[in-house]
Write a new protein. Structure first.
Length: 375
């Protein structure tokens, strides 16, 4: 179970995982030897100073995420929460739109915040030079925040730089999914490099810190690989869906009102004769869709067919939704995913029914389009 969000005034809820404490300890272990070797502190003082530096990095990550949250809100997004985790943090929000400029700004304000923190620490360094512990804090805060800024600006998903490049490529290529695919592959490559660097260091001569760095790199790279792979799969599916034409999958359909008599079925079926697997949909009150029951229809005596309403011999299917016949597969998939119980009818510009789109037919077409092709 995830920890309960902690509220910070006007800020969104902040979820702090147990891994955050591990990050503080890990950073402290990494900087402690250098603090002792440089004479900045010793004994218990060095331990406390190392922990303080670790906490300062977590505070910097929090400010990074707060910048994302505030920018998202400024562009009309709904921020759900900020999460601090073993490998850093993230801001969960729902953007108002996928416009290019807001996406780029929201992505880049986080690294920009770290760059400003680094500059502020560098500016304070001369005044802190007479105090070794304070000077060490300024040095590490500046260095680590600069590292955070550069790392997050790398042009691969799920890093901030990757999201900015994703939005930019999407605008240039006029297809956001192509930008996602490109930056997701870059993100995968970055994950491999993150593991390769400490691994090569170990092969040249391992020590305890190199082994610790490799473990941390594996955790971070695993998270990046997972995020990039998830984005790649989603974008690939969206790209394929966009090229799919639902109109080609639709079955001929004839809509009848629920108050029309059963006798109207015969001309409707004659109209659809010879057009493949056609369907007759009975539209009831409130826009609900029904299917004529063949057995019940056949049981209606010939003398009563002109006076028996279709509502008396039809079975409910679900709510009726319409989609423009020129919509693409992505739009159709989004509609049917949001309304899985709905019956989807394609309509032309005038609103006249063109065909019935079955969710199963669309899902089958999407699966077929995702299979690898052989030459």
């Amino acid at each position: 179970m995830s920890p309960a969000p902690a509220r910070r005034g006007l800020l969104p809820p902040v979820r702090v995982s147990g891994g955050t404490l591990l990050t503080v300890v890990l950073l402290a272990v990494l900087v402690h030897p250098n603090l002792v070797a440089s004479g900045a502190a010793s004994g218990t003082g060095a331990v406390l100073l190392a922990l303080a530096i670790g906490l300062s990095v977590i505070a910097s990550v929090l400010l990074h995420e707060v910048a994302h949250a505030l920018a998202a809100r400024a562009f009309g997004g709904q921020v759900d929460h900020i999460a601090l985790t073993l490998w850093g943090g993230h801001t969960q929000y729902r953007a108002r739109s996928a416009a290019t400029v807001p996406s780029i700004v929201i992505s880049l304000v986080g690294p920009a915040t770290n760059a400003l923190i680094a500059l502020a620490a560098r500016a304070l360094a001369p005044d802190a030079a007479q105090h070794p512990a304070l000077a060490a804090c300024c040095f590490y805060i500046a260095t680590l925040n600069l590292g955070l800024a550069v790392f997050n600006l790398l042009p691969g998903l799920p890093m901030d730089g990757g999201r900015a490049v994703e939005a930019l490529l999407g605008a240039v290529l006029r297809d956001r999914s192509l930008g996602t695919i490109a930056t997701a592959w870059i993100g995968r490559a970055i994950a491999i490099v993150i593991i390769a660097v400490p691994l090569l260091r170990m092969l040249r001569g391992a020590d305890g810190l190199d082994a610790l760095l490799l473990i941390w790199a594996l955790l971070i790279a695993g998270t990046l690989w997972q995020g990039a792979t998830s984005a790649l799969r989603g974008a690939t599916a969206r790209h394929r869906a966009r090229r799919l034409e639902p109109a080609r999958l639709a079955r001929p359909v004839r809509l009848l009102r629920a108050d029309e008599p059963v006798s109207m079925l015969d001309p409707a079926l004659d109209h659809l004769a010879g057009r493949g697997e056609a369907a007759v949909i009975v539209v009831g009150e409130g826009g609900t869709a029904h299917r004529p029951d063949p057995g019940a229809c056949a049981a209606v005596p010939a003398a009563l067919r002109a006076s028996t309403p279709l509502s008396a011999v039809s079975l409910p299917l679900g709510p009726l939704v319409t989609l423009r016949v020129d919509a693409d597969g992505e739009q159709a998939a989004a509609l049917l995913s949001a309304r899985p119980d709905a019956v989807c009818v394609l309509v032309d510009a005038a609103g006249a029914p063109v065909g019935l789109l079955e969710a199963a037919d669309l899902a089958s077409a999407l699966r077929l389009s995702s299979r690898p092709r052989t030459a």
